[in-house]
Design a protein around this ligand. Structure first.
Ligand code: DPN
Ligand code: ZN
Length: 469
C-alpha cells in the first residue's frame, strides 16, 4: 500500500466520516453489499480475458479495430454475445460518418539543403492542389492559439509552422487560414522518432491542408524560417456506417438510469488495447459480474460501447443528440472510462466541479473509492477529448477515470504513483504498439475496482452518487 497523501475530498474518510460507513443505527443497505461484492469479484484477471480477445480480433482484422472495420464489428459481436448471454437487452445503434484515408503525405525542403521531411496528414485536413503546393515557411508566434500569433501580412500565401499544445489543431489551423496561410504544419512539443497522428476532430475544420511533424524537424524548419517547401497532403473521404452497442439491465426503474460507457473503436494505427480496450474491458467485466450478483430492482443500468470516438466522439454525440428531453432527464449519471490502464499511469479523475449539477459529487465518490485502496487521485479537467463531453454539454451529471495519454509524467506524479517521470503516460498512444504488452496491470486493477464499486452503489442509490458525500 502507498502512503496516503489526502486531497481534501478524502479527509472525511480518514476521519471516519465516509459515506460508505453505515451510520451507527443504520444497517448497510442492499447497495453497500452489492458494491462490496462487485468490487471483490470484478478483477483485472477478468478484464484481461477481454483484452486478450480484443488483441486476437485485431490480429485477425488487419491489426486494428477502427470504426467501420471488420475489427470493430468483431469486437462488437464479442461484447454483444457476452452481454446477451448475461441477460442484458442489447441493441446496436447505427450511424454514418465521414471516413478518411490518407493517400499522399509528402514534404520536401527545397533549395541547397534539399531533403524529404516526414509529415503526417491530420485527419480531416484539406487536400493540397493536385501535385502539391510550393510556398515559403512562416513561423507562428506562441503556440498559434490567438490571432495575434499570426500578426501582420507575414503569413499570406505562406505555410504557417506552429508548435503543438494549448489549443486544438483546428483552432491553430483556423487562425493560420484567417491570416492568409495556404497550409499549416504543426510540430510536436515532445521528442519522438515519427510525426504524431492527430485529428482536426471535425470534418468541416479542414479549411487549409494541415500536417504534423516531429519536434526535431519542426525546430530545424523553424530555424530555416522563410525557406521554401513543397507540400502534398491528400485524403479520400467516404461515408461509412458503424454502430454503438447499448446494453440495458432488465427490471430496473426506467426513470432512473445509471450509464457507464467506453469507446470500443481503435485508431487505424494499432489494436487499441489501452485506448480503449481497457475501458471496454472494465465496463464489460463490470456488466457481466453485475448480472451475476444483481437480480433486478433499483435503477436501470445502461452500458454503452461507443463507436467512432476516434473520429470526434461521433457515437456518443449521435446517442445524446437522439435523446428526447424526457429521455435525457431519466439519466441520473454518465460514467466514462477511456484509457484506464496506461503503462506509465496517472490516476486521474475528471474534475466535475465546473460540470453539470451532481458531477462534483461523482468526482468525490471516485476519488474516495481510489483512496479506499490507498491511492491518491489527481483531478483533470473534463475537456472535450472523450465521450463524456456530449453528456456534459447536455447537462447530464458525469464523471470518469483516465490514466493518461501522450502527456508526460511529472516528478511529483512519479513519486506519487511510481513509473517514469519525463516519459509519456502511454508511450504507445495511438500507435501500433498499443497491444497487450501496453497494459499497466496495477492501474487496471485499481480502476476496475472503482468502476465495479461505483456502479454497484449506484444501482440502489443513484442519487447518492450525485449528492456530496
Ligand atoms: N480520447 C482519448 C483517445 O481516444 O484518444 C484520449 C483522452 C481520453 C484524452 C480522455 C483526454 C481524456
Ligand atoms: Zn480513447
Amino acid at each position: 500500500m502507498r502512503t496516503i497523501i489526502a486531497p481534501l475530498a478524502v479527509l472525511p474518510l480518514l476521519l471516519g466520516l465516509a459515506p460508505e460507513t453505515p451510520r451507527a443505527a443504520e444497517a448497510p443497505g442492499p447497495g453497500d453489499h452489492l458494491a462490496e461484492v462487485l468490487a471483490e469479484r470484478t478483477t483485472a484477471e477478468g478484464a484481461l480475458r477481454h483484452l486478450t480477445a480484443l488483441q486476437r480480433i485485431a490480429d485477425a482484422s488487419g491489426g486494428h479495430r477502427e470504426a467501420g472495420s471488420t475489427g470493430h464489428e468483431r469486437s462488437a459481436r464479442y461484447a454483444t454475445a457476452l452481454l446477451e448471454a448475461a441477460g442484458y437487452r442489447v441493441s446496436h445503434q447505427p450511424f454514418t460518418f465521414s471516413h478518411r484515408e490518407t493517400t499522399a503525405e509528402r514534404l520536401t525542403l527545397t533549395g541547397d539543403g534539399e531533403r524529404a521531411v516526414p509529415v503526417r496528414a491530420l485527419t480531416y485536413t484539406a487536400n493540397t492542389p493536385p501535385g502539391g503546393l510550393t510556398a515559403p515557411l512562416a513561423v507562428a508566434g506562441g503556440e498559434g492559439c490567438a490571432p495575434g500569433d499570426f500578426a501582420g501580412d507575414t503569413y499570406r500565401g505562406r505555410i504557417a509552422l506552429i508548435a503543438r499544445g494549448t489549443c486544438t489543431f483546428a483552432e491553430k489551423a483556423a487562425h493560420a487560414a484567417a491570416a492568409g496561410a495556404v497550409a499549416a504544419l504543426v510540430h510536436d512539443n515532445v521528442p519522438g522518432d515519427t510525426p504524431f497522428t492527430g485529428s482536426l476532430s471535425d470534418p468541416d475544420a479542414g479549411v487549409i491542408p494541415v500536417g504534423g511533424l516531429t519536434l526535431a524537424d519542426g525546430r530545424e524548419l523553424a530555424a530555416a524560417d522563410g525557406a521554401t517547401v513543397h507540400l502534398e497532403l491528400e485524403q479520400l473521404a467516404e461515408e461509412r456506417e458503424t454502430f454503438n452497442v447499448i446494453a440495458e439491465s432488465r427490471g430496473g426503474d426506467p426513470d432512473r438510469v445509471v450509464m457507464a460507457g467506453a469507446h470500443l473503436d481503435s485508431v487505424r494505427e494499432g489494436p487499441g488495447i489501452n485506448d480503449n480496450g481497457s475501458g471496454t474491458a472494465g465496463v464489460l467485466e463490470t456488466a457481466l459480474r453485475l448480472a451475476e450478483h444483481h437480480r433486478g430492482g433499483g435503477a436501470t443500468v445502461r452500458f454503452a460501447l461507443w463507436s467512432a470516438e476516434e473520429w470526434g466522439l461521433l457515437g456518443s454525440r449521435h446517442y445524446v443528440a437522439g435523446l428526447s428531453g424526457a429521455e435525457r432527464d431519466t439519466i441520473s449519471v454518465y460514467l466514462n472510462f477511456d484509457m484506464i490502464a496506461s503503462p506509465n499511469h496517472a490516476l486521474f479523475v475528471y474534475d466535475g466541479s465546473e460540470g453539470p449539477a451532481g458531477s462534483a459529487a461523482v468526482t468525490e465518490h471516485l476519488v474516495t473509492s481510489l483512496a479506499e485502496q490507498g491511492l491518491t487521485a489527481e483531478l483533470t479537467p473534463f475537456g472535450s477529448r472523450s465521450d463524456h463531453a456530449p453528456f456534459v454539454e447536455a447537462g447530464i451529471a458525469a464523471g470518469g477515470l483516465f490514466t493518461g495519454a501522450e502527456g508526460l509524467k511529472t516528478e511529483a506524479q512519479a513519486r506519487l504513483w511510481g513509473g517514469t517521470a519525463g516519459e509519456p503516460y502511454d508511450p504507445c498512444y495511438h500507435s501500433v504498439c498499443d497491444d497487450l504488452g501496453n497494459i499497466g496491470h496495477e492501474a487496471l486493477a485499481a480502476n476496475i475496482r472503482v468502476i465495479a464499486r461505483t456502479v454497484g452503489r449506484a444501482v440502489w442509490h443513484p442519487e447518492a452518487l450525485t449528492t456530496a458525500p
